[in-house]
Design a protein around this ligand. Sequence first.
Ligand SMILES: C[S@@+](CC[C@H](N)C(=O)[O-])C[C@H]1O[C@@H](n2cnc3c(N)ncnc32)[C@H](O)[C@@H]1O
Length: 198
Amino acid sequence: MRGDPASVARAIDGYAQSASGMIHLGRDKGILFDQVVAQSGAHRILELGTNFGYSVLRLAKVLGSQAEIHSVEVDRSLADTAEAIISYAGLSGQITVHRGASQNVLDCFTTPFDLIFIDHFPQNYLPDLLKIEERGLLQEGGTLISDNVVLFGADLEPYLHHLRQSGRYHSSLHQPRPGADGFEVSIRCGERSTDTPI
Ligand SMILES: C[S@@+](CC[C@H](N)C(=O)[O-])C[C@H]1O[C@@H](n2cnc3c(N)ncnc32)[C@H](O)[C@@H]1O
């Protein structure tokens, strides 16, 4: 229904059941995601990997009209589709879709975010996280959510090792049920904590 993000997100869930190969956050992880996002109380949000805009609709619905959401998509036709869907949901004023590869678009941001959602391709997770750290783009106490960490398995081992062992984050896996795919939630520690083992 036009102007109703929840019904638009449900329509994308329905479409995903018939579309092969579409990896979106989905309903099961989405419910858990909404809880983590609500607890974060974030105002300024960055997502890497827009796809059709499903997860930004969830972010906007949970965080309300004060939230400023930026999402990055490398595929221009997907970015066009996501913008049309976001407009249909009535959220164009709140969500900006940036076209380009995350590694390049990250260079354009200077103001830190309260919440960053990484949900693009596994080979980009670690390089983008290192750039986020180098540029100070996640606030102290800010929340980093990394999707598909069970699904991508071994490809993300170095990335997860960094999140869990560097001392920069308090990090844990969230799954809707044992054995299912999940996302990692990592809270950025203050600078004085960086030498402290987890
Ligand atoms: C798993 S989908 C994102 C799903 C979306 N967040 C959701 O839950 O609705 C991954 C998306 O990341 C995009 N992508 C892949 N590499 C990227 C990069 N380096 N920068 C930006 N987007 C990228 C893909 O084109 C694809 O649309």
